[in-house]
Design a protein around this ligand. Structure first.
Ligand code: NAD
Length: 442
């Protein structure tokens, strides 16, 4: 039997076991991406090893408790109890799994260069246990070429060869935390392998848990798809943020402009301005692309420009806070300013990269007394802020000079905020339709 026939036979066996759901899966990294994925695999019948370096998270899962707001403990608990999800910090299970799906963080370094250290560490764990007949899939967002240039050589250092002894693919995760309509199972899943067999295998695996799989010709294309999607968002948000600054100078309500433009039934898609970008994707992913482009001597001007405009927005919020206080003959120094919302977007608990943190930090540096409310974020340790949330009622009853709506959580009582705050700055258009002299907008 030649090498190609042997690989085809191994792949055919693996495909059969994916389709029969008798295969097992190891999900490495159990965060916003990995935990929902593990729950889908386990619910579909796959024995699922949930592996994470965070002992607290693993212990919580072992008790059947979810720490991700979109994943209900009621869904996790029975899957753990019947052994379909097996949470552990012991990476030995990688050797048992038929597919290993890597969902670890991909942050930026301070220099805005990609930090692949989590991927490298996870891949080293996999390489130490790699065996013939396994599929390895990277889901973490990263620059085009990572699967072939970073994963493949490390995995092949074992003496096993990708496409012959094991299979290797990239499949970007598109989960949108807090989105009630679109979740892991009904968001189409793009898959691209380092060769045709790897693509087919990854498609066969994900076909068991998602409604639609979209195979592409290579892992590089799959990596680029994700970066196009997130760069598209970052650039369009940059455009409307710039428009918001322009409209402010022109005395035009930018929200009214966008709402009216959005009535066009074709050729326009609304994006909305705000206090700045947040979360673990949109502020970060485009810089993975611009970094890789730079390695090839290409300057990605749209990404840099959008990054520049978006990064300026928290400063603009501080400027508008100054304007609001000024209207009441007050200075920022000594003012009591309460932020409604610390999460980076509505109805999620994720405060990573949140612009509200930047706004709070800058206001505090200028001498304001800062407090905040957020039902999902009880504590902010970042940037030396180290503050704890207070209940909205307590904030509105206490001495207060200015309320800033930094996140439009649906549970906030906006009527009470307008009625009980001497000044309000709305950075999210949460007070759509409210016209009062003490209400300021971005
Ligand atoms: N959060 C989102 O909305 C989203 C959406 C699409 C894609 N992504 C991408 O998916 C990837 C994961 O993001 P996330 O939001 O789930 O991150 P997260 O921080 O919520 O979760 C990552 C998990 O990986 C664990 N981890 C870190 N190093 C590890 C290692 N070496 N081995 C095992 N576990 C390890 C961490 O303890 C953590 O539990 C990133 O590349 C991100 O850009 C995120």
């Amino acid at each position: 039997m030649n090498e190609t026939t042997a690989a085809v036979d191994v792949a055919a066996d693996l495909t059969r076991r994916f389709e029969a759901r008798t295969a097992s899966v190891a999900v490495v990294g159990l965060g916003y991406v990995g935990l929902p994925l593990a729950v889908e695999f386990a619910s579909a019948g796959f024995t699922t090893y949930g592996l994470d370096v965070d002992d607290g998270r693993v212990q919580a899962l072992a008790r059947g408790e979810s720490y991700i707001s979109d994943v209900l403990s009621a869904r996790v608990q029975p899957l753990v109890a019947c052994g379909k999800i097996r949470p552990s910090t012991d990476f030995g299970a990688i050797g048992l799994a038929d597919s290993i799906n890597i969902c670890v963080p991909t942050p930026l370094r301070k220099t805005k260069d990609p930090d692949l250290s989590y991927i490298v560490s996870a891949v080293e764990q996999v390489a130490a246990r790699l065996r013939r007949g396994q599929l390895v899939v990277l889901e973490s967002t990263t620059y085009p070429g990572t699967t072939e240039e970073v994963l493949q050589p490390r995995l092949e250092s074992t003496g096993l060869r990708a496409g012959r002894d094991f299979f290797l693919a990239f499949s970007p995760e598109r989960v949108d935390p807090g989105n009630a309509d679109w979740h892991t199972a009904n968001i189409p899943k793009v898959v691209g392998g380092i060769d045709h067999l790897s693509t087919q295998l990854a498609a066969a695996l994900y076909g068991q848990i998602v409604e639609r799989v979209v195979p592409v010709s290579s892992s590089r294309v799959a990596e680029m798809v994700k970066l196009l999607e997130n760069t598209f968002r970052a650039v369009n948000i940059g455009l409307v943020n710039e428009l918001a600054l322009m409209c402010h100078d022109l005395g035009v309500n930018v929200w009214e402009v966008i709402d009216a433009a959005a009535t066009k039934p074709f050729g326009f898609m609304p994006f909305y301005p705000g206090p700045g970008l947040g979360g673990h994707c949109i502020p970060i992913d485009p810089f993975y692309l611009s970094w890789k482009a730079r390695q090839n001597g290409f300057e990605s001007r749209f990404i840099e420009l959008a990054g520049h405009v978006n990064a300026h927005m928290p400063r603009f919020v501080v400027q508008r806070a100054t304007d609001a206080l000024n209207s009441a003959a007050k200075a920022i120094r000594g003012s009591r300013i309460h932020l409604f919302g610390m999460a980076y977007k509505a109805d999620v608990s994720d405060a990573r990269e949140s612009p509200a943190i930047d706004v709070a930090t800058m206001l505090r540096q200028r001498g304001a007394e800062i407090s905040y409310s957020d039902p999902y974020v009880p504590h902010v340790p970042d940037h030396g802020l180290d503050i704890r949330a207070v209940a909205p009622d307590v904030a509105l009853a206490g001495p207060l000079d200015l309320a800033i709506i930094t996140t439009d959580h649906s549970s906030f009582d906006y009527g009470a905020i307008v009625a009980r705050s001497p000044l309000v700055l709305d950075t999210r258009n949460a007070l759509r339709g409210v016209d009062a002299p003490h209400v300021f907008r971005l």
